[in-house]
Design a protein around this ligand. Structure first.
Ligand code: COA
Length: 320
């Protein structure tokens, strides 16, 4: 037995922010952003929250799977931008979709969050502890951006993606997860500082800092190796894979990975042109778009791969 994805869903905030919109409020241009990253526009929250995006994505995934919230036994949300320190986003989703039987918690593995949630849920299902799970990747990154730092804030967007998992005879085939904490400062955002009476630091809020070129080099050197490991575990080559559904950070990263694996870029679907980088949400939103557009055919081999903050990475091979 293994674990199969039986339904997908996603939700983007209503407000579209184009590169030209950003150029009106900071020193940037559509040309710079598009040519360096492939991003044309992104969605940013106004009234929406991480939990509200998750709830809509989860309900769409449940409908896609033909299930109800009451049937769900486990909920894991990959996020680094939950609305509360506690309750977790997963607990908010549990209440929002009426999944009263489900255990629910969040996992923070930044842009690899969906892959880590998938692996964790798979382990629970394979251990026979639960029969099904709802996993999500969701972010409202716009609240942790430094909107005076044009080198980071133009890259990211907000949104949520979901998948329903079930024990089945086909589905997930192989996994590779990894981290290099020694390089964590390349992409960082401090949590609230300690304000206890023993500490004299003033309270200050931090925002995302990124050494863009370092993260770029990390991605293009680590991701092909991670994908190579899952293919090796399955005894197949990149040519046997129909789709490489990668974290959407930069179109140039996708092109570089395709080149290293010696596969056509056409096997690397892209949605960062209209979504930007949504960290843990990128992979499940793209998977849902492909599912709803009828691009995924039963029996096709698909590689999922996430990478980013931590630094962390995770890849999975599955049969649709
Ligand atoms: N608009 C216009 N100019 C900008 C800009 C913006 N939004 N952001 C930076 N610049 C300028 C810089 O100030 C710099 O100007 P200078 O040469 O006069 O100093 C110039 O553009 C080049 O900046 P640099 O940071 O060297 O650009 P780059 O070629 O490395 O591209 C990234 C920047 C962020 C697009 C690229 O490094 C990248 O994609 N990295 C990976 C990041 C990523 O994907 N992170 C998430 C992983 S989960």
């Amino acid at each position: 037995m293994t674990t199969r994805i039986i339904g997908t869903g996603s939700c983007l905030p209503e407000t579209v922010v184009t590169n030209d919109d950003l150029a009106k409020i900071m020193d940037t241009s559509d040309e710079w952003i598009r040519t360096r990253t492939g991003i044309r526009e992104r969605r940013l929250v106004k009234e929406e929250t991480t939990a509200s995006l998750c709830e809509k994505a989860a309900l769409r995934a449940l409908e896609n799977a033909g299930m109800t919230g009451e049937e769900i036994e486990l909920i894991i949300v990959g996020t680094l931008t939950g609305d509360y320190v506690t309750p977790s986003t997963a607990c908010q989703v549990q209440a929002g979709i009426g999944a009263s039987r489900a255990a629910a918690f969040d996992v923070n593995a930044a842009c690899s969050g969906f892959l880590f949630a998938l692996h964790m849920a798979h382990a629970y299902l394979q251990a026979g502890i639960y029969q099904n799970a709802l996993i999500l990747g969701a972010e409202t990154l716009s609240k942790i951006m430094d909107w005076s730092d044009r080198s980071t804030c133009v890259l990211f967007g907000d949104g949520a993606g979901a998948a329903i998992l079930k024990r089945d005879v086909t589905g997930l085939v192989a996994f590779d997860l990894g981290c290099d904490g020694s390089r964590g400062q390349a992409l960082s955002c401090k949590n609230r500082l300690n304000n206890n009476p023993l500490v004299s630091n003033p309270i200050s809020l931090d925002f995302v800092h990124m050494a863009g070129q370092e993260v770029y080099k990390f991605a293009v050197s680590t991701v092909p190796g991670s994908i190579g490991k899952v293919l090796e575990q399955a005894g197949i080559t990149p040519d046997d894979v129909s789709w490489f559904v990668l974290h959407q950070a930069n179109v140039r990263i996708l092109q570089a990975v395709a080149k290293r694996l010696k596969v056509s870029e056409e096997k690397f679907p892209v949605n960062l042109d209209h979504c930007g980088n949504i960290s843990a949400a990128s992979v499940p939103i793209l998977l849902d778009e492909m599912n709803r557009n009828g691009k995924l055919k039963k029996g096709e081999r698909i590689v999922l791969s996430g990478f980013g903050g931590g630094l962390s990475w995770g890849s999975a091979l599955l049969e649709w």
